[in-house]
Design a protein around this ligand. Sequence first.
Ligand code: ATP
Length: 365
Amino acid sequence: MMELKSLSKSFDGKPAIVDLSLAVEDDEYLTLLGPSGSGKTTLLRLMAGLDRPDGGQILLNGEDVTYRPTHTRGLGFVQQNYALFPHMTVEDNVGFGLVNRLIDPVTDGAEVRRRVAEMLELVGLEGLGGRMVGQISGGQKQRVSLARTLITQPKVCLLDEPLGALDANLRERMTIELRKIREALGVTFFHVTGNESEAIAMGDRMIVLDDGRAVQIDAPDVVFDTPATVRVARFLNAYNVFSGTSEGGVFTSGDLRLPVPPGVRAESAAVHFDKAVILKGDAKPDEGAAIKATFVASEFMGSKVVYFFRRASGGMVEVERHLSSSDPEVFEAGQEVTLNWNAADTLFYDADGGLIPPVKVKGAA
Ligand SMILES: Nc1ncnc2c1ncn2[C@@H]1O[C@H](COP(=O)(O)OP(=O)(O)OP(=O)(O)O)[C@@H](O)[C@H]1O
């Protein structure tokens, strides 16, 4: 098990990691999601021993490794740019770490070949061992990079945006394969991503990093159902967020009016893209939340369609429909609609952006 205790790191007086604590369990798939500049790479570099923290501790199985050199930590690091040797074959790249490591190098050529072949098979590269790195595709380079790290049998494997350079199709396939490879080896993966769908699909748990702080650590479905802060809700790219004010038990944002428990001062409301129904013309909304909007555009994205509307009171709203549940609806540009959802599906956030724990309120279905 790896434990991070109150880690902090600043660059030129500007905090990059702030008081971050986390326990990474054995045999788990953790994803770290955060916007650009939130400190993801910095955190990985601290864990790997490539940078020193200003404060805090890193423990590996109870042992303090905070200032131990990288190669003694038993960690693997798959870097963003693959960092392969272009003048070597795939086989030599994969075997390199095994042959050249400082501690316990493998010197028996037959043993190296056997382990390289085993690893190439695991990552789906059998038959390509003799190719030069320049003669394989981006997705294959990604696998070589992974194989090269995994062959050294790390206890924890750090992956810095490992699928970032791949096209959407390949990324989807590798998402499934990474999970399978991890499960086959029983090694812990700590996978950094800026992509929210990747974080949901891959991990047993996800950590959301915002401005150097771990603002939420939970199972992916919990993060998606109840983002801990309004910034997380925005960042997940799955919620419409409305800024407003609360008075006398009512939250108001333009024409949106929603009951909130007395004394609650919500300043933002968020509703998931897939919660609203779209009512055309004069159709009366159900009780609950309703806003007037006009149709702007729609976008087909594989198994779903996303509709974009402009609110009468300003700002854009998105509604998502999964095509397995209905055929796509057709709207004309500028067509007036009412977006209507169950008030109980709304999350509220306070002035500091913190989630107000959901409670049943009057008017909610
Ligand atoms: N060596 C450095 N010197 C000075 N500032 C740095 C250094 N490394 C990172 N930073 C700063 O620390 C903050 C966090 O950077 P980091 O690279 O960890 O973010 P990130 O979440 O990995 O971003 P991205 O997704 O864009 O790679 C940023 O403000 C960055 O400018």
